[in-house]
Design a protein around this ligand. Structure first.
Ligand SMILES: [Zn+2]
Length: 86
């Protein structure tokens, strides 16, 4: 298991979890599941190591794979409060 060290924000020891991460590629939302990630149990900060980061970048460049991947639908809701009006 990779040692992620401590959270840069709150200095809590990060714990490795396999989580879903989402990325916007142009106007397309892509979700990658099972990503080994250092997660801060206190503030929720997430860190991936360089090796995983590189692999993710590779996956996101593979437009053919993205086109063939299964899709999920997600709720789309609109924020109805503007700044200064709350
Ligand atoms: Zn933290």
């Amino acid at each position: 298991m990779y040692n992620y060290g401590e959270c840069e924000i709150c200095n809590t020891t990060l714990q490795e979890r396999n989580i879903q991460q989402d990325f916007w590629i142009k106007d397309k939302l892509v979700v990658i599941e099972n990503v080994p990630t250092g997660v801060c149990p206190r503030c929720g900060e997430k860190v991936v190591n360089a090796e995983i980061g590189e692999h993710i970048a590779e996956l996101l460049r593979d437009s053919e794979r993205i086109d063939k991947a299964p899709t999920i639908s997600v709720p789309l809701i609109r924020c109805e409060v503007a700044t200064g009006m709350a």
